[in-house]
Write a protein that binds this ligand. Sequence first.
Ligand code: SF4
Length: 632
Amino acid sequence: MPNLSGYRHALGGGFPGLRAAHSCCLPRRVSRRRLAGYHTRMSNSFHVQATQPGGLQAVVGTAVTPAPRPEVQAALEPEYLANRRQRFKTLVNRLTGGEMRRLLDVHPDAELIAFPLSYLYAFHWLRDAVHPRYRGEVLAKFRNPSRAFLMDLLEQAEDAAGFLRGYLEHWLQAAPGAVQQQRELMETLDRHGGDSERLLQTLLDAWQGLQLFRRTEKEAYRDLGREERERYAGMLGPQDRERLALVDALPDLPVEAPRFAKLGIIPAMGCPQNCRHCMFIWRPPMRNTPDPQQLMALVDRCTDSVLFTGGDLTRHLDAYYRAIGCMSRVRTFAILLNGDFASDPQATDATLKAMAEAIRGRPASWAQAQVLLQISFDEFHQEILADQEGWLRERIPVAKIANIVECAVRYPQIQLCLLHKQNALNFSMDLFRRGVVGRLVRELGRRGHQLQILGTAPSPRAKRNPLDPQQIGLVLKEASFVLAHHPDRPILLTSSTIDAYGRATLLEAGEAVNERDQLQQVLRQEVSPGEGFDTDLMFWFNGWATLFSAVHICLGDLYQDGAETIFARRRKDPLVRALAGFDRRLLALYAEVRNDLNARIRLATSPHQLFHSITEDAQVRLHMTRRLLVDV
Ligand code: SF4
């Protein structure tokens, strides 16, 4: 897991992205005064009169009790088809637009065979990502006269050889014309002495040489999980301990008791879900951990904002209520949940009521406090999936999120914030009409709610549209809305990016916004102050103390090393300082001991992800620390 870039990304479900955490949804008390200011910053105020599209009506029934499958099917099918068509189109455009040519690299026929191999890639993707029941309908949208034969092959070919043979036969039988793909194929055939079997073998060899789709998704996740497990095995191992001893030996100035803008608490890391954008596959188990009272007392002394985070904390709410009941100085108790608890209005109310009562139960002499309830809500948590028979379901139904929205507005002790992951829809107000947010608006409309957008705020940096990389613009990062019947109870929505950690490593380009442009700025040394890693601390129930933006950078075990030692390490550690400022020296130091820096830069999705990836190995962290100490 992460850095809180890990955090923010990782706990996509359980975790907010880090940046999300930094900006609006973490440990800041959301007062009415602040919300007023928030609104004035926003533009594009408008109302969404939720309609009742037939497709979504049926889903609603599933919010309370499971609806008959045909109804669920009718509701979800248009959304499923739209999503897969968009992904198919994006994939083909990317591959035929140069990606396959780049993959083929120095192949002598690369220019000429890139087109059929792009579609062969799409052939395999369709078998991975689209249930056979829907392949024909997905492809129907693209079945224009010139592409009809390709769509037939994509749908009906038995295997790669069958697809390529069909492609060859089509152009060999077609009347000679001006079609570029036919000209390219004939030229390649000439290079093979007119022998179509030889050409077929060349195409198959080129495809196999790319080594794509060799593992199932399950196998790929298993391998990534094994790597994660190995990385965590180095946490506070001999090399980390040697590194920390170097830091401990550095002189320190006497300081006052530290204060933090926020501190994190991780009671547990498990999660029964397996979202495709989750930064975790393997999670460190935390069993039989010490009583957290000492940890809670420490956090209460050092901050007035705390975030409870981890995988899915639904089964660990007792620790959260206990914190509210014992941290007298903390004002904001943020918690990140994936919303799966909200099975029906009664279960939802039971959970939110317990949160509100925990706040109400605090003595009047304590700091006035509030729950900041962060609920993950994006195209991946609410992804529509097909089971083996082709029946559709949502991973975590939108109806559950609607239950939470409806319930939260009744509790003034709770500020609700939906955490969203940026995608192509964030480049316009389409965000509220389409995709998962559009589904929520329609679901609330079906329940009789009118949604009023109070305002929106853009990202501070322009970003690249993942569906059209030529388009660069500001994305809608934050929004605030109310239900018309509850005009005084604003609900926040904040969106962050996804980085390539864990399962998210396998996301398709086009599915989410990334920060590659910011990475280029960092590589050009155009870093703004404060743009690096968030170095506030996360305390795990097992004693680990890590950084918000880097849960792999552990500064010790609270129970073994003590809080003062951990705080001193955070002040003195040259690696922490370097990460906080995206110090480019780390790249050179990495290259001294590893030979894959360029590959890591090429695949990085953000500066956070790059600096995270080059510090994941305990041996590398030790090397960097030694070398930074020489530079000091
Ligand atoms: S699997 Fe999904 S719900 Fe669970 S922590 Fe990961 S992103 Fe969150």
